[in-house]
Ligand binder design. Structure first.
Ligand code: DQA
Length: 137
């Protein structure tokens, strides 16, 4: 089983960024815990603040991996390009958010990814990633 977590813009600031919403753990720390918890699967991680790099990564992994866990962050609500990439690949994608986007501003209620995703997990803090991994195994 080969899964990848792809994180979008500003998620490199986890731990420092709006901790009341996103918590005080860095993603690197958390990813270490995930690797231990799911030690029998290959779990990879990619983060970029650049839309095209996220699209390139989706193309790179999207015909060979068993699953993609995608937190496209703000691009979720704006990017037709990432939405089209999710539609164009064969690997199933689970859309993930740390916060509950539906309890926040209206612009966060729109997703260009959800319609082509296997499912959406939002609002469980970093545990959203655990739930997404579990959905593939
Ligand atoms: C987020 C929610 C998005 O609305 C926001 O732009 C993010 C993070 C989340 O994980 O809760 O950067 O995707």
């Amino acid at each position: 089983m080969k899964l990848i977590i792809i994180n979008g813009p500003n998620l490199n600031l986890l731990g420092k960024r709006e901790p009341e919403i996103y918590g005080s753990t860095t993603f690197e720390e958390y990813f270490g815990e995930l690797k231990q918890k799911f030690s029998t699967i290959q779990l990879d991680y990619f983060q970029s603040n650049i839309e095209g790099e996220i699209i390139n990564k989706l193309h790179e992994v999207g015909f060979s991996y068993d699953g993609i866990i995608l937190n496209a962050a703000a691009y979720t609500h704006t990017s037709v390009g990432i939405g089209d990439a999710v539609k164009g690949i064969s690997t199933p994608v689970v859309e993930v958010h740390i916060s509950n986007v539906h309890s926040r501003e209206d612009f966060r209620h729109v997703s260009y990814i959800a319609g082509n995703a296997k499912g959406v997990i939002s609002g469980f803090g970093l545990n959203s990633y655990v739930l997404a991994i579990q959905s593939f195994i």
